[in-house]
Design a protein around this ligand. Sequence first.
Ligand SMILES: NC(=O)c1ccc[n+]([C@@H]2O[C@H](COP(=O)([O-])OP(=O)(O)OC[C@H]3O[C@@H](n4cnc5c(N)ncnc54)[C@H](O)[C@@H]3O)[C@@H](O)[C@H]2O)c1
Length: 254
Amino acid sequence: MTSATPYAGRIAFVTGAARGFGKAFSEALSGSGAHVVMTDRDADALQAAAAEIRARGGRVSALTCDVSDEGDVAAAMEAVRRDHGGLDILINNAGLHSEEYNTTMANTGIAGLRRLFDVNVMGVIICTLAAAPLMAGREGASIVNISSTAAYPVPTAYGVSKLAVRGLTTAFARELGGSGVRVNAIAPGLIMTDTIRAELSPQTVAYVQAQQVLGREGVPQDIVNAMLYLTSPAASFVTGETLKVGGGFTLGMG
Ligand SMILES: NC(=O)c1ccc[n+]([C@@H]2O[C@H](COP(=O)([O-])OP(=O)(O)OC[C@H]3O[C@@H](n4cnc5c(N)ncnc54)[C@H](O)[C@@H]3O)[C@@H](O)[C@H]2O)c1
């Protein structure tokens, strides 16, 4: 690996890649030399995002895939095996996080909870189990899960789903460590993606920002930087960890 293209020859699989963090991760990894398999359940937005990155010189392919659907994920992983022979980096990023899940269990309701846990929790399990055989024994193989600082105080259904992601990170770190695959997570604080700007109420945004100890707004590049660290050789002795990137959000909780 050269310093100009530290991910040259690497194959990465990013879920929820049509927008937000997933698109930013795909752009950063392909810009660093990896081939990125971008996946999302939103086919049109995914194709548009992949075309945009390709137009800027990135090496990406796009596969429509719902992470909560075992058949979709199996087909996508089989395409990776056929086209690339294996996988080096998996970013379990796809997640539901709109305001409707930032509430109590009762308010979310059984149908909403099933949908939330199917995507945010089962999606991580399904993708990790399907990717593990493709990653086993590959030097530097690394999985990054996207949790949330909402998983530290856990007053909402969403927070509980992201607490499960922290648990899965330690469980899979132990389960896959023997095959040389590191598994870590990032717990972003409030990061101003287009979805957050469109969906979170000004009250929620103001509440979270008031809890931060750093005054500035969180931006996707903050999470990209953490992902690049965790997938790099600089983190080769780090596994089972969840790195909070939230301007000290949880420090303000008392
Ligand atoms: N933005 C934040 O402030 C923030 C903070 C903490 C954690 N997170 C987490 O980071 C991740 C990405 O957040 P974002 O702000 O970029 O979100 P976003 O809503 O902008 O993008 C999420 C993408 O995931 C896709 N997706 C949703 N369900 C899917 C499924 N079942 N299968 C495949 N794709 C699916 C959507 O189509 C969308 O393109 C999520 O897991 C979210 O919970 C975000």
